[in-house]
Write a new protein. Structure first.
Length: 147
């Protein structure tokens, strides 16, 4: 079953534009721009199949009118709901969240996150304690005072 491309076009831009927006804004696990291969691998890991060639063609506008299964695979690969491609309000909300992540991806704070996220709870507490120490050393307010 193919999804009506007119429905996609009338929901805030064409499908290619929406895929490009995801490629430009959804960071990979390392914080950089995702590749076609990474999106396909992430989709496969979530039980969806899409070929790299087909995703590339969709992202370049060389193919249009994707099947429902392709839309599900792409959305799974990027970690967004399939309705991202049809619901303008949901897409705007997700895009703003992705934008925040993208901004954070360019900062040393995000680099710290990506390097610390697999640490044990005990090690994370040690990192936080060191951050508390550095904040105190720079006369910044304690972490628990920040909102």
């Amino acid at each position: 079953m193919n999804v009506d491309s007119e429905k996609i076009a009338h929901s805030g831009g064409d499908f290619t534009e929406k895929i490009r927006r995801l490629f430009d804004s959804v960071p990979s696990d390392t914080g950089r721009r995702m590749t076609v291969k990474e999106v396909c691998h992430a989709a496969t890991a979530k039980g969806h199949d899409i070929s790299e060639a087909y995703l590339y063609q969709l992202s370049q506008g060389r193919k249009s009118n994707p099947s429902y299964s392709a839309i599900n695979a792409i959305s799974a690969g990027f970690g967004v709901p399939a309705t991202y491609f049809f619901d303008d309000d949901l897409r705007a909300k997700i895009d703003s969240q992705i934008e925040l992540l993208r901004l954070l991806a360019d900062t040393p704070v995000q680099q710290i996150y990506f390097r610390a996220r697999d640490l044990s709870d005990e090690n994370v507490e040690e990192v936080l304690e060191y951050v508390r120490y550095l904040r105190h050393k720079q006369n910044l307010p304690p972490l628990n005072d920040l909102r």
